[in-house]
Design a protein around this ligand. Structure first.
Ligand SMILES: *Cc1c(COP(=O)(O)O)cnc(C)c1O
Length: 372
C-alpha cells in the first residue's frame, strides 16, 4: 500500500539526528520556554524572512493569538474561506470575532479578491464591523496577496496569513507570511514542516504585535505571575522545538522533493482524464497536497485503493456545510466555486519520502483507470 501521507517515513529518514535532539532536551531538565524554543523561533523567523517568531501549542492557537495580538476580537468580522481546514475558522472564532466566508478562485483554490470585495460590501450594508482578513495559502499555493492587500488597505483591514500548508512558498519571489501584518504556521505532523505532536507559530515584523503575542500566550503575563490581561496557555514546548530545529534544516530540500514529485505527476498525467493543479505565474508552490479533480471522484478513489494507492479528501465538506457552522457564517449563501469542487477533489500521495517508483505506480494506476 502507498499511503497518502507518511509521518513515520519522515522520522525514519532522520532518526539519528532526531533521537539525539530529543535526548538532549530530556537530559537538560528544562521543558517549557527555554533555549530550544528561543533558537527555533529565531531560526524559523529567519527562514520565513520575518523579524519575530512566537511559538504556540498549535496552528489553531496561533490564529487566535495573532488576531488578538493585532487587536481583533469581539464585535469584529473576519473574512476567510470556507474551503479550508476547519482550524482556520476555529481560531478566528476563538479570538471572539465572527466569521465571514468568501468564495475561492477555481484555479488556485485560494480566496478570490473579487468575491472578497463583494462580501465586504454585503457585510457593510448589514452594519458589520469588518476588521481583518485571513487568506489561506491552501495546498501550498500562495493566495493572490497583491490584490488581497489592495482591498485590505482600502478597507483598513488587518491581514493575518494562514501559512499552515505553505512553509517556504513564494509569490513574485516574496515568501508567504511576509505580506500581511502577521502570519501563522502549523507544525502538525503531516505539514511541510511537521513536529512529533502539535505546534504552531506567529510570525511578524511588528515588535509590538510580537510582544503582545508573547504576553497573551502565557496567561497575559507581563511580569511573571502577574496577568496584565486575560491570556491563554499556548506554548510550543522544548521537545517539539528541538525536533523542529532538526527538520527546519532540511525543509528547503523537502519542498524541492515535493516539487519534483508534483512534476512527475504532472508529466505522467498530462493526457489523463483528471484535471491537474495549476500554478499561477510568479507562484512557487510547495505542494503540501497534490489535488486533482474529476467528475468520477469516488470511482477513481475506489480504483486507486484496489491498486494499493491511498488517497485523501482535503476537504470532504466545506466549513459552512458542517453541522457546527451550518447556516451561521456570514456569506455562506454565495459560495458557488467552493460547493462545485467539493465532490470533485482528490488528494494523491504526497510526502518527500515517496520514491520515484511509488510515484510511477500512482501514475500508471491512473493511466490504467478505464475511461468513461
Ligand atoms: C493545519 C492547519 C491549521 C492549524 O491546525 P493545527 O492542527 O491547529 O496546527 C490551520 N489552517 C490550515 C489551513 C491548516 O491546514
Amino acid at each position: 500500500m502507498i499511503p497518502q501521507s507518511n509521518p513515520l517515513a519522515g522520522y525514519q529518514e532522520r532518526q539519528a539526528e532526531l533521537d539525539a535532539a530529543l535526548l538532549q532536551v530530556m537530559q537538560s531538565g528544562w521543558y517549557i520556554l527555554g533555549r530550544e524554543v528561543e533558537e527555533f523561533e529565531r531560526e524559523f523567523a529567519e527562514f520565513t524572512d520575518r523579524r519575530q517568531g512566537v511559538g504556540t501549542a498549535s496552528g489553531t492557537d496561533a490564529i487566535e493569538l495573532a488576531l488578538r495580538a493585532c487587536g481583533v476580537g469581539a464585535g469584529d468580522l473576519v473574512f476567510t474561506v470556507s474551503h479550508t481546514a476547519v482550524a482556520t475558522v476555529v481560531g478566528i472564532e476563538r479570538s471572539g470575532a465572527e466569521v465571514a466566508v468568501v468564495d475561492i478562485d477555481p484555479e488556485t483554490y485560494t480566496m478570490s479578491p473579487t468575491c472578497l470585495e463583494e462580501t465586504i460590501e454585503a457585510a457593510a450594508q448589514q452594519g458589520h464591523r469588518a476588521a481583518a482578513i485571513v487568506p489561506v495559502h491552501l495546498y501550498g499555493h500562495p493566495a493572490d496577496m497583491p490584490e488581497l492587500l489592495k482591498i485590505a488597505r482600502k478597507h483598513q483591514l488587518v491581514v493575518v496569513e494562514d501559512c499552515a500548508q505553505a512553509h517556504g512558498a513564494r509569490l513574485d519571489g516574496k515568501l508567504v507570511g511576509t505580506w500581511g501584518d502577521a502570519a501563522v504556521f502549523s507544525f502538525y505532523p503531516t505539514k511541510n514542516l511537521g513536529a512529533f505532536g502539535d505546534g504552531g507559530l506567529v510570525a511578524t515584523d511588528d515588535d509590538a504585535i510580537a510582544e503582545r503575542a508573547r504576553e497573551l500566550r502565557q496567561y497575559g503575563w507581563r511580569e511573571r505571575f502577574i496577568s496584565a490581561e486575560t491570556g491563554m496557555n499556548t506554548r510550543l514546548d522544548e521537545i517539539q522545538a528541538a525536533l523542529l530545529r532538526v527538520r527546519l534544516r532540511h525543509l528547503d530540500n523537502d519542498n524541492q522533493r515535493r516539487r519534483q514529485i508534483a512534476g512527475r505527476y504532472a508529466a505522467g498525467l498530462a493526457e489523463s482524464e483528471v484535471q491537474l493543479p495549476s500554478v499561477r505565474p510568479g507562484a512557487e508552490h510547495v505542494y503540501h497536497q497534490f489535488v486533482v479533480q474529476t467528475e468520477r471522484r469516488e470511482e477513481l478513489r475506489e480504483f486507486l485503493k484496489s491498486r494499493g494507492v491511498g488517497t485523501a479528501l482535503h476537504y470532504p465538506c466545506p466549513v459552512h456545510q458542517q453541522p457546527a457552522y451550518a447556516d451561521r457564517l456570514f456569506g455562506c449563501e454565495r459560495l458557488p466555486v467552493t460547493e462545485a469542487i467539493r465532490p470533485r477533489i482528490l488528494s494523491l500521495p504526497m510526502f518527500p519520502q515517496l520514491s520515484d517508483t511509488e510515484v510511477a505506480t500512482v501514475v500508471e494506476a491512473i493511466q490504467q483507470w478505464p475511461r468513461n
